[in-house]
Design a protein around this ligand. Structure first.
Ligand SMILES: [Mg+2]
Length: 108
């Protein structure tokens, strides 16, 4: 089974953006987030149409690509190092410490 951390995936996306000539400067930050939403919409549409789970998941991965693209571009343009794996684990631990169904008081 292949393994890949968030940080490794972020670096792979940096390489993809560079080799394929996608927008890669600070002015592209907003569009990276916009495309992540678009990919979520594509996932919802694929689900609605009854497409395969593989197709739905691929659209979700597209969204993750754009999210990691955004973070990698923030690193590049702001001179930061963002440890996505650490942020994920810290957030997971904080959420695990919260009450049952935190943030969901109404049934939907
Ligand atoms: Mg897509």
């Amino acid at each position: 089974m292949a393994t890949c951390t968030f940080n490794q995936a972020k670096d792979l996306i940096r390489r993809l953006v560079s080799e394929k000539g996608f927008p890669d400067d600070e002015s592209a930050l907003t569009q990276k987030l916009l495309w992540a939403f678009v990919e979520l919409g594509e996932a919802a549409d694929a689900y609605k149409k009854g497409d395969s789970w593989g197709d739905v998941c691929e659209e979700l991965i597209d969204a993750i690509f754009y999210i990691l693209d955004f973070i990698g571009l923030v690193e590049k343009t702001q001179g930061l190092r963002i440890d996505v794996d650490q942020i994920f684990l810290d957030k997971w631990r904080r959420n695990m410490e919260r009450p049952v169904r935190y943030g969901q008081r109404r049934a939907i």
